[in-house]
Write a protein that binds this ligand. Sequence first.
Ligand SMILES: Cc1cc2nc3c(=O)[nH]c(=O)nc-3n(C[C@H](O)[C@H](O)[C@H](O)COP(=O)(O)OP(=O)(O)OC[C@H]3O[C@@H](n4cnc5c(N)ncnc54)[C@H](O)[C@@H]3O)c2cc1C
Length: 405
Amino acid sequence: MNVVEEIKNKKIIHWFRNDQRVSDHEVISVHHTLKSIRCFYITNAKYGENHQLGFPLIGDKRKQFINESLQELKKDLEKLGIELTIFQAIDELKELEISDDEILTYQKLFGTEELEIEHQVLSKTNKNIALDNFTLINTMTLPFELNKTPDVFSSFRKKIEKYGSFQKPINLPNIPTFNVPYKLAGGEQQAIHRLNYYFFEKKLLSTYKETRNGMLGTDFSSRFSPWLSNGNISARTIHYLVKDYENKLGANSSTYWLIFELLWRDFFQFQLRKHGSLFFKKNGINGKTISYRNHENTFWNWANGNTGDDLVDANMIELKATGWMSNRGRQNVASFLVHDLNINWRWGAAWMESQLIDYDPASNWGNWMYIAGVGNDPRPFRKFNTQGQADRYDPTKSYREKWLK
Ligand SMILES: Cc1cc2nc3c(=O)[nH]c(=O)nc-3n(C[C@H](O)[C@H](O)[C@H](O)COP(=O)(O)OP(=O)(O)OC[C@H]3O[C@@H](n4cnc5c(N)ncnc54)[C@H](O)[C@@H]3O)c2cc1C
């Protein structure tokens, strides 16, 4: 029996995590068939805490994005007559009582901290249903056992493309006419707005493969990542709308490539499910020992965009100012920290965890491990030549000039 059938006529208490939307949602989309429903959210335990180097574990830009997302969710739920309680700290969970005739539904997440919180919440009830809706594929439709998930992306992708089946949206978001430009702000409305802009208004999806390595401006890649990380839009909805776009406007290598990138996202999610806490350990999932320095001044020069390498500095300044950085930028700054400055990769990963508005445990730590040489990269050593990369991807220096002025 699927979840939608299983919860019909039942009393539900839903725990929102990174599924902060009302459309394409297993529980909310059928709220009218339920006997009763109430919802809650628990603020990340890292709020207010600092890293050993003194920076906040969750920076202001990320907090703001999450806050915008939750405020919108609360309003959208209110319109449906559903109450959302936000617990500001894990201690407040004491106030949560779940009655015997209620079923707890929640999105299953696999980071170490996420599993710890899940453990605490589940201790309050023995009636629960976990939703596996963060990825494009789900564990049930993987064409291999979870513990046999290939550790190399191309093997993973080929198996999925040949034998896997993608999740389908429960329902589609309503795409209204937008009269003002989209904003990089949290919430389902802006996610849909951006998707409409990128796909249907500007048709940028048709040239994505040629532009995706850019750094300057906002149109070279989809920018879906912050909304995906908070679940303001689901990967399965994006996949469905790519197919819709292909039917209406034509398929090409660019339309395929967006799905290819979403499979990278799934790849890291399933890697985290498979390898668990090794993702966050210094020797990563492959157990290789790499030598590095814990030199704080060098780290801070990197974090503040003060290394003297203009490509790295421009990207780090953009990150601090906006909470966002292109994929090309992320690869270069990570490689520079690890392979040029020889600094602890986990400090770099923690800095991005703090700063990025699209932070996601699997994508962040998985990509960092990959570049540090302790993760999934089949090549033993991957160092980016930042000067060569700058010449290639910023030949007119416009990107560097924008952020270094
Ligand atoms: C060091 C490092 C740290 C990163 N940290 C994060 C993170 O915390 N959160 C995050 O969402 N992504 C992270 N990424 C992956 C990638 O850089 C971003 O997903 C991407 O830049 C977001 O921009 P976009 O939405 O315009 O991407 P697009 O190019 O438009 O791609 C579409 C979607 O595909 C997915 N995707 C693309 N590339 C990757 C990738 N390499 N790994 C996983 N998913 C990918 C994202 O969900 C993205 O939104 C990191 C990459 C590196 C190298």
